[in-house]
Ligand binder design. Structure first.
Ligand code: FAD
Length: 379
């Protein structure tokens, strides 16, 4: 954390004017309570003119830097920080939890190929989870392959922190891409073959009931033991979901037990600008935490790589490979999430870069895995 207090004092958090954040529950908090004390956030005062006394300056400097410079959102219930292990499979397919849809919001612009939705689910605090875990959803109806039985569970990465978008520990959010089937011969949509669960979720309405299982997964948990760690996150499309959760925990919420002071670096690959997911939220962190957050986008249909081809996340990885390799050597965690098809291209690039550096990728990869620095969840 290298923010100088004075340099940050006059900067208003950009989130306060961001409509998309307001929609997902971000409210204007000029006055926040930390540890039962009322702090006026620095965006709402002119520190130089009104609070120039030595006493006040000492008080501000003695707070954590993040609390001093940010208007983070207080979260509760704080017991959600007490567990030593993540919750696992509290609800199983035979006895799922009946949750309620709070909202369904289209995330992408008109020029995006396909539709991706942000879905907020009310679990009443009964299906707690940690950032990086997934929920299972059982769509309504009968499994066509097993008449008389329910559909199989579909997994979705949770895109919120454990506190949810309403900061009260009662909701979870998903980032769901609607699976549409196009006939390879005619090129036309064949609705009878559209994805069952993704369409059910994207078509659902506030108040609708859904069957939840989980939470599941330990691979993508955020290792919080070292709050100054480096986290390199590589996402394609909805693979950004767990990273949205991480980043809200790092930069949006006032979490008493986890005060992030490391580096989070997100690489996001999508088709074009209209397909970007949570871009306003991520851009606000970039503005407010330039020393702790980096955000690189690969827009395959809009940008060209150095060879004149489409720009994919692996091209961005290659562009920054020196820094990435150094960070990995220094113990950084690297996470991959998105469609399975992203991994071969990324692995080829990492192998090529390693060889150019005179290193063996196979040896490096096994070391990263052994050190638990390598986290992959692709589907
Ligand atoms: P299904 O009904 O299961 O169909 C699968 C595919 O087959 C669809 O593309 C469908 O169009 C096609 N199809 C259906 N019938 C036919 C037919 N007769 N012939 C040919 N093709 C056909 N997805 C997300 O959107 N967001 C996430 O965050 C996310 N996280 C995940 C995390 C994990 C750990 C895993 C394993 C998966 C994740 N997924 C995620 C994927 C998700 O679980 C589903 O696989 C996805 O939504 C498709 O499910 P569906 O029920 O809509 O499609």
């Amino acid at each position: 954390m290298a923010h100088a207090l004075g340099a940050r004092a006059s900067v208003s958090p950009s989130v306060r004017t961001d409509a998309s954040l307001r929609k997902t529950g971000f409210k204007d908090h000029n006055k926040l309570r930390f540890d039962n004390k009322l702090w006026i956030t620095l965006s709402s005062v002119n520190l130089k003119s009104r609070y120039s006394s030595t006493k006040y300056q000492f008080k501000v400097m003695s707070m954590s830097v993040q609390q001093a410079v940010r208007s983070k959102i207080p979260v509760q219930p704080l017991e959600l920080e007490n567990a030593n292990e993540p919750p696992l499979n509290l609800y199983k397919p035979k006895e799922p939890y009946t949750a309620t849809i709070v909202s369904v919001e289209r995330l992408v612009g008109p020029k995006a190929p396909g539709e991706t939705c942000h879905i907020v689910i009310d679990h009443g605090g009964n299906v707690p989870y940690w950032e990086g875990q997934s929920y299972g959803i059982i769509p309504p109806g009968e499994n066509p392959k097993k008449p008389g039985s329910p559909h199989n569970v579909r997994l979705y990465s949770i895109a919120s922190t454990r506190y949810g978008d309403s900061f009260d520990g009662k909701t979870a959010s998903l980032c769901v891409r609607r699976a549409i089937y196009y006939d390879p011969e005619t090129g036309k949509e064949d609705p009878s073959k559209n994805g069952t669960c993704s369409n059910f979720l994207c078509n659902s309405k506030p108040g609708d009931k859904i069957q939840l299982t989980g939470p599941s997964g330990k691979i993508m948990l955020l290792p919080e033991g070292d709050p100054n760690a480096t986290h390199i996150m590589i996402a394609t499309g909805t693979g950004v979901a767990p990273f949205r959760g991480y980043l809200r925990r790092m930069f949006m919420e006032a979490v008493t037990t986890y005060k992030f002071g490391g580096l989070a670096w997100l690489f996001l690959g999508v088709a074009n600008t209209d397909s970007l997911l949570y871009d306003a939220e991520f851009s606000s962190y970039l503005k407010d935490y330039p020393d702790n957050f980096r955000y690189d986008k690969a827009l395959s249909r809009e940008q060209k790589n150095k060879n004149g081809g489409k720009m994919y996340v692996q091209d961005k990885i290659e562009e920054y490979s020196d820094e990435i390799f150094k960070l990995l050597d220094g113990g950084a965690h690297i996470y991959f999430c998105g469609l399975k098809g992203m991994m071969p291209g990324i692995q080829d690039t990492l192998k090529r870069v390693a060889e150019q550096r005179g290193e063996s990728w196979d040896a490096k990869l096994s070391q990263l895995k052994k050190n638990k620095q390598w986290h992959v969840e692709v589907y």
